[in-house]
Design a protein around this ligand. Structure first.
Ligand code: SF4
Ligand code: SF4
Length: 390
């Protein structure tokens, strides 16, 4: 896989600086509204970190528009959001509970932050029992069940599986580690592994329905290793913890680094398989112009989530699992790969890209902007006082 620069999209290369600034203005207004909620924070530290976040995200958006490179700047934002998520989330937990440990009392109090990975597991139990099988608050606190489901529904309708490359605060972790080595050490991965996320999805949906508990969270989630985990007070919890840590090291750190691919997101995550289905109801996709494509396979080798193969390129389409990350678009030397709106000709790729970028980038800022600002404030506090806790 190579990150070598490909030609920028002609529509954007010709655009002047003034036009690019104009294209940036709506994003500046929207991100200002989203980051502040219409109200600037009272203290200087948070006002400063919010201003830095605002400048940083809008600089990235401007560069995305100006250079025509989607993946390059998206990836930087995505990885930074993942790092800031861990800093902000863990500090918040320590502030509220005193540690990353989730005790039985915490679960009974129903205040566990809700995470989108649980969504496929709660549907059948909710239909059968009219209850949500997750110990979170419906409306109160940060990451309430209702707020996360509303955000996920909106983003899924607008972006489909682009959620996994633009919005998911976990996805930036395996993307970050996948960029550690300049060249892949493991080059070939059998495509039959791409069915594994669907098998894991089926298994966790069925076992969650049978046991009325979120089995992926209890047994398989690698991100438990860097967020919150149950107090180790029994052999069962010890086994669960060993599984979480092993999966994190294997799927999020080591294999992504060795393959330069997003192994957790591309080959294991059941939510990713579930989210792929939303690509069916979404207007945006990525297409290959078969008249321009010379089948060099550079996009196939570049795709971090195994969403292209020779057959799909020949057909001019990506696989259902495409996360609209833009890597194939950035890397195609023929400018054959482009963002696309279903039902329109493939040739209008530059305009389709802009129409996709606004909601995709905005959702990234809605979810991640506050995390960046909060993490920055905590880092400054750590440097100045020795503690990250407010
Ligand atoms: S779409 Fe572009 S990168 Fe992919 S095979 Fe065709 S020419 Fe090569
Ligand atoms: S097909 Fe292209 S846009 Fe889709 S996930 Fe792969 S590299 Fe990203």
């Amino acid at each position: 896989m190579s990150d070598a620069p490909a030609e920028v999209q002609p529509l954007l290369r010709k655009a002047g600086l003034f036009k690019d600034i104009l294209l940036n203005l709506p994003m500046m207004l929207l991100t200002a509204m989203m980051l502040t909620g219409g109200q600037a924070p009272g203290d200087l530290l948070h006002r400063t970190t919010l201003a830095v976040t605002f400048i940083f995200v809008n600089l990235l958006f401007f560069l995305m528009v100006r250079t025509g490179k989607t993946h390059k700047y998206r990836s930087s934002l995505f990885i930074i959001i993942a790092v800031c998520f861990v800093i902000s989330f863990v500090s918040n937990l320590i502030e509220v509970r005193g540690s990353m440990v989730l005790t039985a009392e915490d679960m009974y109090s129903g205040e566990t932050p809700f995470c989108h990975l649980v969504i496929p597991m709660i549907i059948i139990p909710a239909a059968l029992t009219r209850t949500i099988i997750f110990p979170g608050s419906m409306l109160e606190g940060f990451a309430s069940i209702a707020s996360m489901i509303v955000l996920w529904t909106g983003a899924s309708l607008v972006l489909g599986r682009a959620w996994c490359s633009w919005v998911c605060f976990f996805g930036g972790m395996d993307e970050g580690f996948s960029r550690l080595c300049r060249r892949p050490v493991i080059k070939r991965i059998d495509r039959k592994w791409t069915y594994l996320p669907y098998a894991v999805l089926l298994a966790v949906v069925l076992t969650s329905a049978l046991t009325l508990s979120p089995t992926y969270c209890e047994w398989l989630c690698p991100f438990k290793a860097v967020t919150e985990f149950v107090e180790i007070n029994s052999f069962k919890v010890m086994v669960q913890t060993v599984i979480f840590v092993s999966l994190f090291v294997g799927l999020v750190v080591v294999l992504p680094a060795l393959t330069r691919r997003r192994i957790q997101c591309g080959l294991f995550c059941p939510f990713a398989a579930f989210q792929s289905l939303t690509n069916k109801i979404n207007v945006f996709d990525v297409r290959i112009d078969r008249d321009k494509c010379n089948l060099c396979k550079r996009c196939i080798n570049a795709c971090p989530t195994f969403s292209l193969d020779e057959q799909s390129v020949r057909n001019g389409r990506t696989c259902l699992s495409c996360t609209k990350c833009g890597q194939c678009v950035d890397n195609c030397p023929q400018q054959a790969a482009s963002f696309h709106i279903k039902g329109t000709p493939v040739a209008v790729g530059g305009k389709a890209r802009m129409l996709f970028l606004y909601p995709a980038f905005l959702f990234a800022v809605i979810i991640g902007g506050g995390m960046i600002s909060d993490a920055l404030a905590r880092i400054i506090k750590l440097i100045s006082t020795g503690s990250m806790i407010h």
